[in-house]
Design a protein. Structure first.
Lengths: 78, 262
């Protein structure tokens, strides 16, 4: 059994690290849903109005790319 | 498989489906009092009684009831409230979190409690209403903390290039205003709905196979009932877990709004 050091007790007014990590995980998941949903939806609407058919897949892929970029930017690059 | 075979024989077994969850008892249409409404009112009555009884005569050496109440309260207060929201602001959210936890927990457990046997949260309206409360609370907290414009400013991460600001802002906005509350409600609804459907299928189907099946199908019925028992135990785990997850996420959302930057 390896002994793990006890987690440092957060000072008053400070959000503990475990919270930040859990929040990041759930937020990343929400981003991955929101990106394709928002930009895929925008693509679908534009397709509908302009009579084209390529903007929906473009929106989904672009939205996904933006989500992944945002997750990387927020949590991976610092 | 066996159900498909039975259906082919022109038997009367009806596979359980969405319709089984709509059970109006009094009246009909949108304002009908359904089984779910009765169950949630029952849950409120039972919880009030349990919590009042558990905290009536407080002693230093707690009675069983007081101990159980204090353990559940301690779990939410310390495990979900203090550890997540942070010791500075958490106290005022504990009543909300505790109410949500015990309400969802009991209503989920009602899925397998004999006689009641109906998970309230398998009707989307109930988890949607709870998610709406969480939604209102965490945005209200955010507005109060950062101001109206400041709150919207605070959702854009610092150091982003100008060109990406608008698409990212929209993405953040949809995440906060739509995805998070909707997934919060859908997660609870989906788990309770699917879990209960599975139980109805295994136990109802098993019973039918045992009583009406021919020869070998009776053995399949015993198997299905056995699976029904296993799934019941598994469902109890899911029910407790989902009540916990819902409260955990509510606390995380509030923590995000209370924090200086999210």
């Amino acid at each position: 059994m390896s002994q793990e050091p006890p987690a440092p007790r957060p000072r008053p007014g400070e959000v503990p690290t475990s919270t930040r990590e859990a929040d990041q995980a759930w937020r990343a998941f929400a981003y991955l849903l929101s990106g394709p949903l928002l930009y895929g939806g925008a693509g679908w609407l534009l397709d509908h109005w302009l009579g084209t058919s390529f903007l929906l897949p473009l929106g989904i892929v672009g939205g996904m790319a933006l989500s992944v970029y945002l997750i990387w930017f927020r949590y991976g690059s610092r | 498989m066996s159900i498909v075979a039975l259906a082919a024989e022109g038997s009367t077994y009806e596979t359980p489906g969405v319709a089984d969850f709509w059970q109006p008892l009094i009246g009909s249409g949108a304002f009908a009092i359904t089984r779910a409404s009765i169950v949630i009112m029952l849950s409120v009555a039972i919880l009030s009684w349990l919590l009042l009884a558990g905290t009536k005569k407080l002693t230093v050496v707690p009675s069983k009831g007081q101990f159980a109440t204090e353990s559940a309260y301690g779990l939410v207060r310390n495990g979900l409230g203090r550890d997540i929201i942070g010791s500075h602001d958490f106290l005022k959210f504990v009543p909300l979190l505790f109410t949500m936890f015990v309400l969802i927990l009991l209503n989920n457990l009602f899925s397998v409690i004999p006689v009641v046997q109906f998970p309230t949260m398998s009707r989307i309206g109930f988890p949607a209403a709870l998610a709406l409360v969480v939604f209102a609370v965490y945005h209200a907290v955010g507005f109060r903390k950062h101001g109206f414009v400041g709150y919207f400013k605070s959702i854009i991460p610092a150091g982003l290039s100008i060109g990406l600001m608008i698409p990212i802002f929209l993405l953040e906005l949809i995440t906060d205003l739509f995805t998070r509350p909707v997934t919060l409600a859908l997660r609870l609804f989906g788990n309770m709905f699917a879990g209960h459907l599975l139980l109805v299928l295994f136990i109802g189907g098993g019973e039918y196979l045992l009583l009406h099946g021919a020869g070998g199908l009776k053995i399949a019925g015993v198997g299905a009932l056995g699976m029904g028992f296993v799934m019941t135990v598994f469902e109890i785990l899911v029910q407790v877990l989902q009540a916990y997850i819902f409260t955990l996420l509510a606390a995380l959302y509030i923590a995000g709004a209370v924090a200086d930057e999210h």
